[in-house]
Design a protein around this ligand. Structure first.
Ligand SMILES: [Zn+2]
Length: 203
């Protein structure tokens, strides 16, 4: 497709300006009241937190404290509304079907290790997607039969491990970045999922 030269120039100019200095928290493409309404209409339990900013480059546009959708979170997880939609989609279409297949019943509780926090990527100065409310770390899933944890069951050859590996596979494509215990030592006890611009499926 031919792109008009003038449009291309405008695009380069815009990208150049956006790249200058410490950026303001990036606005998600789906944000504000339209996103909150979509989240509520899906039955997600959350409280709106408005726009968060802590002045050091960290912040979340249209932040929500998500308490769960089908399953309950063990603690409220703060993230952008758009990321909460992705988490809800992931739970309904990946976690619950995998639980039905491998664990014999629904996941009722999800242990969240962290979501929004003002942090940088280990070993670099780059802000983590957690610092923009685009990421969630999940440690375990509980059903009526018990708890399956990333730390203890990731390498289990039986249904518990099969469940976790199916969950990670299903997360790829729904999230930009999926990190597992196979990624590195930092992730030995949790999955990291984020909706940032990067693309990485580390199974
Ligand atoms: Zn993480």
């Amino acid at each position: 497709m031919r792109v008009p030269v003038r449009a291309l120039f405008a695009l380069i100019l815009t990208a150049g300006i956006a790249g200058c200095g410490e950026r303001a928290p990036r606005q998600d493409s789906f944000s504000g009241q339209a996103c909150l309404s979509a989240l509520a209409s899906r039955g997600v339990r959350f409280e709106s937190r408005g726009d968060l900013s802590d002045g050091s480059g960290c912040g979340v546009g249209t932040a929500v404290a998500m308490r769960g959708s089908v399953a309950d979170f063990d603690r409220p997880a703060t993230m952008s509304c758009q990321t909460a939609l992705a988490v809800d989609d992931f739970e309904r279409n990946v976690v619950q079907p995998a639980a039905a297949r491998y664990l014999g019943g629904p996941v009722t509780r999800i242990r969240v290790l962290s979501a929004y926090r003002c942090t940088r990527v280990n070993g670099s100065g780059r802000l983590s997607e957690h610092a923009r409310g685009h990421a969630i770390d999940i440690a375990a899933f509980t059903t009526r039969q018990g708890t399956v944890s990333v730390k203890d069951d990731w390498r289990d050859p039986g249904p518990r491990g099969q469940f976790l590996r199916a969950v990670a596979r299903g997360a790829c494509g729904r999230f930009g970045v999926v990190l597992t215990p196979n990624t590195n030592r930092d992730h030995h006890d949790h999955f990291h999922f984020d909706t940032g611009a990067s693309s990485l499926c580390s199974l």
